[in-house]
Design a protein around this ligand. Sequence first.
Ligand SMILES: C[S@@+](CC[C@H](N)C(=O)[O-])C[C@H]1O[C@@H](n2cnc3c(N)ncnc32)[C@H](O)[C@@H]1O
Length: 285
Amino acid sequence: MPDVTRHLDDHYDALAAGGGESLMVRLQAAFRAAGRDPHRLCPDEIAGIDQLHLGGRAASRGLAVLGEVRSGQRVLDVGCGTGGASRLLADEIGCEVVGVDITAAFVAVAEWLSAATGLSGQTRFLCADAAQTPLADASFDVVWCQHALMNMPDVPAVLAEWQRLLVPGGRVLLHEVVAGDSPEPLALPVPWARTAATSHLQRREALEASLAAAGLVPLAVRDVTDTALAWRRKHGRREAGAAPTPPMPGPALIFGDEFVEMGRNLRDNLAAGRVRILEGVWRLA
Ligand SMILES: C[S@@+](CC[C@H](N)C(=O)[O-])C[C@H]1O[C@@H](n2cnc3c(N)ncnc32)[C@H](O)[C@@H]1O
């Protein structure tokens, strides 16, 4: 297994890597314990474990509006995690989505959750490195990527793959964590990294230059750090027990007890300007 894959497995599938049960077994048991049939679920019930980005479903809906995503479009969800955005685009807009993720445990969970929500027909998942997929040239109208590039050490290679996979005039929709202006080191752990091995943050200017070099022309780009920070503060209060915890399985089942600390560090990194959140739409020239 290449080092990049192993580091990400050790991070995102840490509990199983440490000798525990598989992520899917743990999550299915948690749904049963919450009184739900894990093979018949609705989007609200799984939102705690299939939105691994700041802002949850509202952020994905906002990006879809910004990018004018339409019914029938073929979307590649890059670094799809457990597939929340893939299902949202299929269910709410009517897209056909392929999700690709390097973490095998997430791909297995994504397939199960799509089957459990009746969305297997419109969503398909693939375990692969985003820089090298087995997908056909010019087979997507939209590349969608939320909070995943910061895990990828070679962004230009990933963008070259998007250039190959998109139709001419196709769009890239990004909602990403980028390095901020503060020279202070990142407070760790954060949800995408326990150590520096899986964190590959780059500055906004560097990302924009790489996108331009890949033939991607910006249509709308905005900094949404303030909205993301407000959302993280609100959720952090809930996770710390100040507000009622929802009964459904949440991210601690994926990340373990460290999730509260990861969320707190992310909030502090945002507030101190060590990271910023960028979203935008680019068109392949
Ligand atoms: C923070 S999660 C975000 C998941 C999903 N986009 C979401 O917002 O719910 C980052 C994801 O990127 C995936 N990832 C990281 N590097 C990757 C690569 N080179 N190729 C494919 N997936 C990758 C990780 O496995 C992880 O699932």
